[in-house]
Design a protein around this ligand. Sequence first.
Ligand code: NDP
Length: 263
Amino acid sequence: MTRTVVVTGGGTGIGYAVASAFAAQGAHVFITGRRESVLSEARSRLGDGVSTVVCDATDPDQIEALRDQLPTTVDVLVNNAGGNRDLDGGPGGPGPGGPQLGAVGLSGQGPRTPDNLHALAAGWRANLEGNLVSAVLMTAALDKQLAPGGAVVHVGSFAADRGAGSYGAAKAGLNSWNLFLARQLGARDITSNVVSPGYIADTEFFRDRNGQQFHDARVAETMNGRAGYPEDIAGAVVFLASPAARHITGQVLNVNGGALTTR
Ligand code: NDP
């Protein structure tokens, strides 16, 4: 039977690799994101088994509209959408242009003294909404459509264990909420797990930071001396959504080359 899979943020990076892996198994994959052009381009590369829906995962109205476009049964939900607004330069979306939140401190970057509480609040809200509330809203919206035997997989981050300000706190919150969700969904034979990547090269996430020096420093933190790639995360997500993982729930699966989580 053809499985229905929803991947938020499926137009780029890790989400794209996840969508590609499920599509290769013959699933009908719905990819979402905020940029229609990115989704269209991804769909043209992924092929006919993939549908696109523009949807901001932090917006309840857009999520309700997405739900209405999905089949009555969803087998797998991958809450992958996210990012670090401290790196993006502001809560206004990808790329520079917003206030430099990192510069106000206590958000994970920059000096420790916040001199602009409005910017600090905006940064925290953006990262909590973009990485935690988005997953909560998506899962709540699709809850009744999730099929018994299905799976919810969240893409977390090793930042949760590295003291990484608002972004790390949001991903740590995801790990914590995953336990609650696993208990809730368990009664219906649906699993909930987090795949927690270390540094993953070749995505939009680090954008300008993807220079050789930055890359080499991240690789040096691993035990196996290599960077992670989106396909490494996709493999773990597909596994956790497979019958082989039916008894795995409420877990955080680190996929980080053994990178030390306390740095
Ligand atoms: P990308 O920036 O390539 O992927 C993020 C995707 O999410 C984009 O397609 C983006 O599309 C989408 N997105 C962001 N915000 C929203 C939103 N509010 N609603 C809908 N879609 C959204 O980077 P990655 O592939 O690296 O990141 C994927 C996940 O992996 C994230 O959750 C990130 O935190 C996590 N991660 C990444 C690591 C890395 O080293 N790359 C390390 C650890 C975790 P659009 O802008 O069009 O909406």
